[in-house]
Structure formats: structure tokens, C-alpha cells
Design a protein around this ligand. Structure first.
Ligand code: SAM
Length: 277
């Protein structure tokens, strides 16, 4: 008998992948959590019925959410990661040579435990001496910070449950306050194909707070639609006008200095909605 995992995108679309083995299932205080082994994607982390990351394509998402902001800022010494419990973003942040220290604030300790147990490729950076890992609500942490971080990376779940507040205008105002005077942030902001009006709302909110707001894209096959968006709000550096002066010589698999520029070139339907058509 074949075992399949199916994720419901909407009333008309479901995405499925074949499962070799269910490795772990639990209900944490915050969400339901599962780790599956699949022939197509390798191991897959699922929260509340939504694929978070897969061993097969995680490098695309994690390199893009980390290295685009880190190489836009000239000196990203102190970094905050909100969410990111699988560890993939932390792994990328700690290997950047100009990062001296990173704080990661994840609300759900169980996601980190599952990743440590089943996803060593992702969780490998969590024990790096540069990283200070805390279990708390990222919203509360940001509220308590002022002028503290060079770069903030919001690697959250979809806007449901504990992550809802991470997509609000009030939260982006707090992020602005938590950043130093030339600071910038990046957040994962869902699918441009399925969530375009949501992205436009975020673009407007961030643009009303930060002088520079940019969307960029990457192809993440295991996410619905395959195309994924990230929003950057910056107090000073514009990732498009100012090409990264020195992208460090790291063994990237997706990111490089031309992808850094190309990722900001948006399809016509996005440009029109965001007012740059
Ligand atoms: N790459 C993924 C995606 O786009 O679907 C997200 C990865 S990561 C697993 C998301 C993490 O955000 C989860 O572990 C979740 O527990 C965490 N999270 C959600 N809301 C949070 C909050 N308010 N503060 C801190 N972490 C939060």
C-alpha cells in the first residue's frame, strides 16, 4: 500500500508527495508537528499540516533568507533570527564571516528538538558558539529591544497561530525600533501566486515605516506555486542599487552575487500591484 502526504492549499488545490515513513508526530503546546521521510523531498518538516522545509530544497530558501540581507548590510555584526526552529537559517547566518553574534528566538522548543533528532543537515548550526538560542515569543523579544541589531531575519510559519502578529504593521514598527540606525530586516512573505494581496499589504506597511522596501523572489519547489517571496525593509542600504561589495567566498548552492541582483527583478503582475509598473 502506498502512503501519501497531502497539503491543502485551498478548496481547489491540494499538493501531495509519497511518504516512505512517518518518523515523528506530536502535538506541541503551539502546533502539530510531523517529520516524514519521502522519496521525492527526503525528510520533510510539517507544522499544522503545512510543509516548512525539506532536505531536498531547503538550501534555496535558507541561503536566500539569510545571505541577501547579510550581504546588503555592509557590516552585519549582530543578527536576530525570529522563528527558524529547523535551524537552516541559523546555519547560514553563523557561517557568514562578518556576523559576530546571532540571537535566535523560537517560540516552540519542540521544533528545535525534532530538527536536532531528524534533520541534522539543518540543525548543524544551532550549537555554533556565535548563536544564542532562546525559547520565547519573537514579538515579545523585539518589543524589549532598541537600537540593538544590524539585521533581523523573520523566518516564521504562515500567518496563523503564534505567527499572526509577525506580519502586522505594529510588529514592523517594533522591528524598526530594534534595528540600529543603518539596520535592515527580511521576512518570508508567502507565495506571490496565491497571496499577492497579502504581499501588497505588507509592502505598503513596511514602506510606510522604512525608507527602503523591496520584494525579492526565489524558487522553492516544495512550497505551493514554487515561487516564494521575501520582503526587505531597510533604514539605509538598498539591495538593488548597491550591489554587495564583497559577497564572501562561501560554498553556496543557490545564492551568488548575480542571484542577489536578479532576485529583485519582479514579474509584471507584481510590479503593477506594488505600484512600480
Ligand atoms: N521556512 C519555513 C516556512 O516558510 O514555512 C518556516 C520555518 S520555521 C520551522 C518557522 C518557525 O517559526 C516555527 O518553528 C514556529 O514555531 C516559529 N514561530 C512562529 N511564531 C513565532 C513567534 N511568534 N515567535 C518565535 N517563533 C515563532
Amino acid at each position: 500500500m502506498e502512503l501519501w502526504y497531502t497539503e491543502k492549499q485551498n478548496d481547489n488545490l491540494k499538493l501531495s508527495c509519497r511518504v516512505t515513513k512517518t518518523l515523528h508526530v506530536e502535538k506541541t503546546p503551539f502546533q502539530s508537528l510531523a517529520v516524514l521521510d519521502t522519496p521525492g523531498f527526503g525528510r520533510v518538516l510539517i507544522l499544522d499540516g503545512i510543509v516548512q522545509t525539506t532536505v531536498w530544497d531547503e538550501y534555496i530558501y535558507h541561503e536566500m533568507i539569510a545571505h541577501v540581507p547579510l550581504n546588503t548590510h555592509r557590516n552585519p555584526k549582530k543578527v536576530l533570527i525570529i522563528g527558524g526552529g529547523d535551524g537552516g537559517t541559523a546555519r547560514e547566518v553563523v557561517r557568514h564571516p562578518r556576523v559576530h553574534a546571532a540571537v535566535m528566538v523560537e517560540i516552540d522548543e519542540r521544533v528545535v528538538a525534532a530538527s536536532r533528532a531528524y534533520l541534522p543537515e539543518l540543525s548543524s548550526g544551532l550549537d555554533d558558539p556565535k548563536l544564542d538560542l532562546r525559547f520565547a515569543d519573537g514579538i515579545k523579544h523585539v518589543e524589549e529591544c532598541e537600537n540593538e541589531y544590524d539585521v533581523i531575519i523573520i523566518d516564521s510559519t504562515d500567518p496563523v497561530g503564534p505567527a499572526v502578529g509577525l506580519f502586522s504593521k505594529e510588529f514592523y514598527q517594533k522591528v524598526h525600533r530594534a534595528l540600529k540606525e543603518d539596520g535592515l530586516f527580511t521576512a518570508q512573505t508567502e507565495s506571490p501566486l496565491f497571496d499577492l494581496s497579502f504581499i501588497a499589504r505588507i509592502h505598503g506597511d513596511v514602506g510606510s515605516i522604512f525608507p527602503v522596501v523591496r520584494q525579492y523572489l526565489a524558487c522553492v519547489p516544495s512550497y505551493p506555486g514554487g515561487l516564494w517571496s521575501f520582503t526587505m525593509g531597510s533604514k539605509k542600504y538598498d539591495p538593488v542599487l548597491a550591489a554587495p561589495e564583497s559577497v564572501p567566498d562561501l560554498p553556496y548552492r543557490y545564492y551568488n552575487n548575480t542571484i542577489h541582483q536578479a532576485a529583485f527583478m519582479l514579474p509584471q503582475f507584481m510590479q503593477e500591484l506594488l505600484g512600480r509598473g
